[in-house]
Write a protein that binds this ligand. Structure first.
Ligand SMILES: *Cc1c(COP(=O)(O)O)cnc(C)c1O
Length: 424
């Protein structure tokens, strides 16, 4: 069989034969990137993200999976004074056909990641998450009976629910913060049978999120001039850039990359700080002083990644540079106004991150960074939680183990090995 895609190092351009790798085997500090044999985006006869199966690194769809939806909203456009605004919504909003039942675009990443692992031999992904990512993987585990290991800070346990009962989740709660959860997840990912999920380095994750751009462009018929999103790691933004490059290569939708307009939530804004200084490196003392305290003050904590793929080749710095991008710093008060605006116009409760993205768009209009008749895509990355609670019974996932960061981990590893023997 001819493989549907190749993998290349985004930095050096070499072909990488081993599809299980997540970093460049030739030593480049670079993301790996998929290159699809099909230059044209042929649509597949599925709903949700697998409509774009041609440009996803899997052979078979994982069904059912939801997807992003693209629409226009006259009221919102009028309020903002924009003539060509499209909204992409990744959440739950049945009237609009939006069917991501955990409420965020992390499902776009979880589904192809789970499917790709299944096709590549069935290893169990280990995911460290502070919330939305863990819930998205938990949901697919419940839906497909595929095992996952999820490590989260103990205070995030209430956010770990699924809409179907889950039986194949090994959930570890760490009495600490996200960084402590990552440290524990690294140990568990080395247990035989497990693999690190990979975050931004995972091509399935990026190409899954790239479907936001694909859906918008297929719906509107052209590549937008501007793309607005709130970023934590920036993985979604890198994915939008990569999808746009593929669409240009396709030839049917335009020749100019959309400018990336990316937002963070004050006072935690390391990406804004580094980008405004035109630096490829994030310097913690300058770009995120008093990180723990700042993280405690934002309205959207999914935007508080301390270790984003910014400097790495093919990462966020390159994406901003290549697209002549812009970064926005959004205070909570502007986020709150934007949340109200989305509720009143679009008619859904946005994830706080989606409100931050909308507030960045408001800033761009006020500062004349964009034109009123430009083609704009606003990515509302999550929302609809109120409707989810009405329409579904939520099943809480309970931890198999609760652990302190300083505790010895032998017991945890032994327990995981026993669990894999039963589930793997
Ligand atoms: C994770 C998340 C983001 C940020 O995405 P990145 O890819 O980490 O930049 C934005 N919005 C929502 C709802 C999220 O869950």
């Amino acid at each position: 069989m001819i493989p549907k895609y190749r993998i290349r190092c985004a930095g050096g351009g070499e072909r990488v034969e081993d599809f299980t790798l997540q970093s460049c085997p030739y030593g480049h500090d670079s993301l790996l990137r998929t290159e699809y044999c099909s230059r044209k985006l042929h649509l597949a006869p599925y709903t949700g993200i697998y409509r774009y199966l041609a440009w996803l690194p899997v052979n078979t769809p994982l069904l059912p999976s939801g997807g992003p939806v693209t629409f226009t909203n006259d009221e919102l456009s009028r309020e903002l004074g924009l003539l060509r605004l499209s909204v992409s919504f990744s959440g739950y909003f049945p009237e609009r056909g939006a069917d991501l039942t955990t409420g965020s675009f992390k499902e776009l990443e979880a589904s192809p990641t789970m499917q790709r692992l299944r096709e590549m031999g069935g290893k169990i992904p280990v995911i460290a998450s502070a919330g939305n990512t863990g819930r998205a993987f938990a949901e697919f585990s419940a839906r497909c009976r595929q095992p996952v290991v999820i490590v989260i800070p103990e205070k995030a346990v209430p956010r770990l629910w699924t809409t179907e009962p889950a039986q194949d989740i090994f959930l570890v709660a760490v009495k600490g913060d996200y960084a402590d959860a990552i440290a524990v997840s690294n140990i568990l990912a080395a247990v035989p049978g497990c693999v690190p999920e990979g975050g931004a380095k995972n091509v399935a994750r990026r190409d899954g999120m790239g479907t936001v751009m694909l859906d918008a462009v297929v719906t509107t018929g052209r590549i937008p001039d501007h793309y607005f999103q709130a970023v934590g790691s920036g993985t979604g933004a890198i994915a939008a850039w990569e999808a746009a490059m593929r669409l240009i290569r396709d030839g049917s939708y335009g020749t100019i990359l959309p400018r990336l307009h990316l937002a963070q939530n004050e006072p935690f804004t390391p990406l804004v700080s580094a980008w405004v200084a035109k630096r490829r490196e994030i310097i913690p003392a300058e770009d995120m002083p008093d990180a723990a305290e700042s993280i405690g003050k934002v309205m959207s904590d999914v935007l508080t990644n301390r270790n984003p793929p910014y400097s790495i080749r093919g990462g966020l710095f390159d994406a901003l540079q290549e697209t002549r991008g812009h970064m926005y710093s959004v205070p909570n008060a502007e986020g709150a106004d934007a949340e109200k605006l989305i509720r009143e116009t679009v008619g859904i409760d946005p994830d706080p991150a989606a409100a931050i993205a909308t507030a960045a768009l408001v800033q761009a209009i006020e500062k004349d960074i964009i034109g009123h008749d430009d083609h704009i895509l606003l990515n509302l990355t999550g929302g609809g939680y109120e409707r989810i609670r009405e329409d579904f019974t939520l099943h809480m996932v309970s931890p198999a183990v609760v652990i302190r960061p300083d505790e010895p981990r032998e017991f945890l590893v032994t327990k995981l090995r026993g669990w894999i023997a039963r589930h793997g």
